[in-house]
Design a binder for this molecule. Structure first.
Ligand code: C2E
Ligand code: MG
Length: 608
């Protein structure tokens, strides 16, 4: 705008200069002069040539012009001032605008700042929150650390305590382990019941003795000892009494020998005495004699005064065996012979005994083969009603029909079959075959009240005996009351609880039970009390000797009062029969009526 005003003024001046070129050139000077003299002055030098009216006119004109110029100038000034004011206004407006802008900007900035502050505040808050969180986390961490520390300390304390306890425990355990090891090594070498050296320790000492004797040209004696009929004492009086008797015997045996000798228990009622340095066999015999006599002294066990005898087999190194195994087996063979020849004695081993032992071994082998080949046969012996003479039943007796038609009796193989366990399959065969045969005779219409089958203790206590009896009856179709099982006293007195259960089960089944060889055992009377017995078979040793008559009559009377059948065994003579008849013995069996025969022969007796 100002610039506009400036341009306008310049235009006015230009126009004026064009109209009055000469005059105007000195106008300023003229104005200055007029001011000095107080009247108009011609500005140009050339004005000297002008006339006065003209000059006046000119002056007037000039005054008008000047006035015009002045008013123009004033107007110009006003315009300028206006322009300036406008400029100022403009400037002010601009400034205001600028101020407004600035204000706006300031406001914006304030807003921004406020926003930023807000953000800052928010961030601060966030930061504070985070800090708080961090602080909390730190606090927690510190707390956790403290807790952990406390826990760790507690754990350490506990671990320490445990360590101490464990150390003490370990020490105790070590001591216990040492004591146990010591005890175990003692137990490994000693018999738990008697405290005597066992088989292992004896073997060790025997080996040493043989080596020493070899070097010193001396003899070593080995004695195999077995208590006679110990089983019966054990069975009738119980295992506790039996054990005490074994301890008592062990003590006596130990008292009879020198400290350099060894007495050991092999198990059961078997003992072995080792005399490591003897000059001759006689030295061993002296000791054996002493052992037999000492053992025979009464043993006071609880309320019982027990008597027991010894059978001893002696083998002497080097003649009776060059090594350990030979000495042991030969002493055993000699002991077997002492038993065979009446018990309560010693036998020194001879090569003939070895032959006998070899025979037993070969019988054992042959028995297995015989069973596989079916070489066993059942013989039947009649049982007779002694008053009427009629046949009441039969006893099945086993025979071994060897090749070459040689008939072997049970006495020659039964003990071997029992020793090696072959009695179990053989016994099953006997039972099945006896039931089958009896059923066949009954079906054929023969009058037969019972077939009796002998059962050894080993069979009776076999785990499937009852099941097998049932199976034999079922398979044959024989009614149980037609079957009678003959058991020996010593057989049923073994493991009496089991036996009681088995016998009652058999009784419930309807099977008859007989005690064979009644009167020979220690426990005849307790048998009758304990078990459900139907029949008493008086042993032939009582029937055949006058000494036994009193026992026979007592058994008959007892059977009659206990309502048990009494069968007398081994009747060979009319005299024996007459005695039994006079004492009202119901039944009998023996060569007088008939020997055991094969089934085909027995049919003839049934028919007769
Ligand atoms: P045991 O049960 O006492 O049988 C009676 C034994 O006496 C039988 O001997 C029989 O032949 C014999 N005998 C019968 N009457 C007379 C007689 O008047 N005088 C003489 N001197 N003897 C007579 P065996 O057949 O030699 O049987 C001996 C033992 O073998 C039997 O004695 C029995 O204990 C056992 N035995 C026989 N067969 C079997 C069997 O199948 N199983 C079992 N476990 N043992 C059997
Ligand atoms: Mg019998």
């Amino acid at each position: 705008m100002n610039r506009k005003g400036g341009t306008h003024r310049k235009d006015v001046l230009k126009r004026r200069n064009r109209a009055y070129p000469v005059l105007w050139m000195s106008r300023k000077k003229a104005i200055r002069r007029k001011d000095e003299i107080g009247q108009p002055v011609v500005a140009n030098a050339s004005a000297r040539f002008l006339t006065t009216p003209v000059v006046n006119t000119l002056a007037k004109r000039e005054t008008v012009v000047l006035a015009g110029e002045q008013s123009a100038a004033r107007r110009e000034e006003i315009a300028d001032r206006r322009e300036e004011v406008a400029d100022v206004r403009q400037q002010t407006a601009d400034q205001r605008e600028e101020t407004a802008d600035v204000r706006q900007k300031t406001a914006d900035q304030r807003e921004k700042i406020a926003d930023q502050r807000e953000k800052v505040v928010e961030r601060r808050e966030e930061a504070t929150g985070r800090h708080e969180k961090i602080r909390r986390t730190r606090r927690k961490a510190v707390k956790a650390k403290e807790e952990q520390h406390t826990q760790t300390e507690a754990e350490l304390r506990e671990a320490n305590e445990n360590l101490v306890i464990a150390t003490v425990h370990a020490q105790t355990m070590k001591e216990v382990a040492e004591a146990t090891t010591e005890q175990m090594s003692y137990m490994a070498e000693h018999d738990f019941l008697t405290g005597l050296p066992n088989r292992a320790l004896l073997t060790d000492r025997l080996a040493q003795s043989i080596a020493l004797a070899q070097r010193n040209c001396k003899k070593v004696a080995l004695m195999y000892l077995d208590l006679d009929h110990f089983k019966q004492i054990n069975d009738s009086l119980g295992h506790a009494i039996g054990d005490q008797l074994l301890q008592s015997v062990a003590k006596l045996l130990h008292a009879c020998i020198r400290s350099s000798d060894t007495v050991s228990r092999q198990g059961g009622d078997e003992f072995v005495v080792l005399l490591p340095e003897i000059e001759e066999v006689q030295d061993a015999i002296v000791i054996a004699d002493k052992l037999i006599k000492t053992t025979a002294l009464p043993h006071l066990i609880g309320d019982h005064q027990l008597h027991v005898t010894l059978s001893i087999g002696i083998s002497v190194y080097p003649d009776g065996g060059k090594d350990l195994e030979a000495l042991v087996s030969n002493a055993d063979a000699a002991m077997y012979h002492a038993k065979q020849s009446g018990r309560n004695k010693y036998q020194v081993f001879t090569p003939a005994m070895k032959a006998h032992a070899a025979t037993r071994q070969s019988i054992k082998t042959a028995l297995h083969r015989a069973f596989d080949r079916g070489e066993f046969v059942l013989y039947f012996q009649p049982k007779v009603n002694l008053q009427t003479g009629t046949l009441t039943g039969t006893e099945a007796l086993l025979r071994w029909q060897r090749s070459g038609n040689r008939l072997v009796l049970p006495a020659q193989f039964m003990s071997i079959a029992e020793d090696c366990g072959l009695i179990l399959p053989i016994g099953k065969w006997v039972l099945r075959e006896a039931c089958r045969q009896a059923r066949a005779w009954l079906q054929a219409g023969f009058n037969l009240s019972q077939v009796a089958v002998n059962v050894s203790a080993r069979e009776l206590l076999g785990k499937d005996f009852l099941a097998f009896v049932r199976a034999a009856l079922d398979d044959s179709g024989l009614a149980p009351h037609h079957l009678e099982l003959e058991l020996t006293e010593s057989g049923i007195m073994q493991d009496t609880d089991t036996t009681t259960m088995i016998l009652h089960t058999l009784k419930d089944l309807g099977v008859q039970i007989a005690i064979d060889n009644f009167g020979t055992g220690y426990s005849s009377l307790s048998c009758l009390r304990r078990f459900p017995i139907d029949t008493l078979k008086i042993d032939q040793s009582f029937v055949q000797t006058p000494d036994g008559e009193a026992i026979v009559s007592a058994i008959i009377a007892m059977g009659s009062s206990l309502k048990q059948r009494v069968v007398a065994e081994g009747i060979e003579t009319q005299q024996q029969l007459a005695f039994l008849q006079s004492h009202n013995c119901a039944e009998g069996q023996g060569y007088y009526f008939g020997r055991p025969v094969v089934a085909e022969e027995f049919v003839k007796l049934l028919r007769a």
